[in-house]
Ligand binder design. Structure first.
Ligand code: ZN
Length: 147
């Protein structure tokens, strides 16, 4: 999703993609003065009050809010569930995301969607993949389960 049509070149060849603003490599690069860090380190240090780490996550939340607002204006969901490692930052990320989303969604009777962290955390993709595999196996009779 394009965030800035004149933004940095993305690995996909386009300019200003969301990834060029919130990708983990980009976030880590913004904190080069902090030494070698992981995304988990950024989150931990932000929680401990490091202003640089807090700012990086705040800005990422704003960009995610802009991107999500574009999607919400198309499909008008009731809720936005945020998963992945970055979501482990909690309100440090979700607060600015929610604000940007509220500022940019079209007015609707039900208001902007709720923004909540994913309940499955870091295992969401794995559980989803297993669920799909089980559904396919059942559909093909591979499990020998009769319902
Ligand atoms: Zn791209």
């Amino acid at each position: 999703m394009t965030i800035d049509e004149n933004g940095p070149i993305c690995r996909c060849g386009n300019r200003g993609c969301l990834e060029t603003f919130v990708g983990s490599t980009v976030l880590l690069g913004m904190l080069a003065g902090h030494g070698h860090m992981s995304l988990a380190d950024i989150i931990t240090q932000a929680e401990q009050g490091d202003p640089g780490c807090r700012r990086v996550l705040y800005d990422a939340g704003q960009y995610l809010g802009v991107a999500t607002a574009n999607l919400c204006n198309l499909v008008d969901p009731e809720i936005v569930v945020v998963g992945g490692q970055l979501a482990e930052a909690g309100e440090i990320l979700l607060g600015p995301m929610r604000t940007a989303l509220e500022q940019r969604t079209l007015p609707s009777a039900q208001g902007p969607p709720a923004v909540v962290p994913a309940a499955l955390g870091a295992w969401a993709e794995c559980r989803g993949a297993l669920s799909v595999a089980l559904d396919l196996a059942r559909a093909n009779g591979a499990l020998g389960v009769t319902v």
